[in-house]
Design a protein around this ligand. Structure first.
Ligand code: F6P
Length: 330
């Protein structure tokens, strides 16, 4: 299909919110206006597209948001967009507003939706910006929100360490990440954890118990184990109960689930810069005729990955980082 001239673009956030999404919205809007485009914001992702909740955005509308967590455009996980009727309605609303192109900020579900939509309605180019704390998208070293989420988790672990040490307790701390262990691995390394359980690795409770017993031999009477929510061994409560049956080192064993604290809060400077670069470059990319892909960062350079590859390939773990985390945990 020949590239059509882009005059009006719309930006939206979809799926789980991630700190830094506002910086990406701001950069998209301001670079678009700098290129004499009209910019629109779609509220609540694909839901707003279906409902026709589409608003004009000016430079001032994205002022004073770079430091705010969440997303000023709000977000949703839309079930209706999974149906052909929902997507048809969304397309009609985009046509009604004369939208020529889209910037989609989100994760796996967002790009799956974008990919299906583009097959049905190829006349609307879409550029994806990776925004998810999980950092699970193939084609980018980092996604927006990951750095902030890890920092939040590490702050929590530092606090738990104080009380764990005072009481000679073992803590199991569950972090988010869905099926990905990136948040867990980085939190374990930065938080000096005594163990880490990840979805990407087959490990056993016996191995964990051995590791904790080895640490106890050097008079370490407290410990913190980071558990990725998607690990293979069950819920963090099951894991704690099983370990309790096999170990008699600590005064007590406790569980702490950090949960949605990891999704909120003011974005780190890393996430603000990453989001600004990606949001800004997404507009340039659309104007250069790119479409149907996610813009990411690889080795500090912009990198484009077709939606189908970003969603169908799993992002491989850095094995040496994993090995290091296990050695340092001892
Ligand atoms: O994808 C981001 C994420 O926070 C995951 O880490 C987590 O599994 C999921 O979203 C939680 O989703 P919800 O907020 O819809 O419960």
């Amino acid at each position: 299909m020949a590239n059509k001239e882009i005059k009006r673009i719309a930006v939206f956030t979809s799926g789980g919110d991630a700190p830094g999404m506002n910086a990406a919205i701001r950069a998209t809007v301001r670079n678009a206006i700098n290129n004499d485009l009209h910019v629109y914001g779609i509220m609540r992702g694909y839901e707003g597209m279906i409902n026709g909740d589409i608003r004009r955005l000016e430079t001032k509308d994205v002022g004073n948001i770079i430091h705010r967590g969440g997303t000023v455009l709000k977000t949703a996980r839309s079930m209706r967009f999974m149906t052909p009727e929902g997507r048809k309605q969304a397309y009609e609303n985009l046509m009604f507003n004369d939208i020529d192109a889209l910037v989609a900020i989100g994760g796996n579900g967002t790009f799956t939706g974008a990919s299906v939509f583009m097959q049905e309605y190829p006349d609307i180019p879409i550029l994806g910006v990776p925004g998810t704390i999980d950092n699970d998208l193939f084609g980018t070293d980092f996604s927006i929100g990951f750095d902030t989420a890890v920092n939040t988790a590490v702050q929590a672990v530092d606090k738990i360490r104080d009380t764990a040490d005072s009481h000679n307790r073992l803590f199991f701390v569950e972090v988010m990440g869905r099926d990905s262990g990136y948040i867990a691995l980085h939190t374990a390394i930065a938080g000096g954890a005594g163990g880490v359980l990840l979805p990407e690795e087959e490990s056993s409770l016996d191995d964990l118990v051995k590791l904790l017993k080895r640490s106890a031999k050097r008079a370490k009477l407290f410990s913190i184990v980071i558990v990725a929510e998607g690990n293979h061994m069950g819920t963090v409560y099951d894991i704690a109960r099983h370990v309790e049956e096999k170990i008699d080192i600590y005064d007590d064993i406790k569980v702490s689930v950090i949960g949605h604290l990891q999704r909120g809060g003011s974005p780190s400077s890393f996430d603000r810069v990453l989001a600004s670069v990606l949001g800004f470059t997404a507009v340039d990319a659309l104007l250069e005729g790119k479409s149907g892909c996610m813009i990411g960062i690889k080795n500090n350079n912009a990198h484009y990955t077709p939606f189908k590859d970003a969603i169908n390939n799993s992002k491989t773990f850095n094995k040496s980082l994993l090995r290091m985390a296990h050695i340092l945990a001892q």
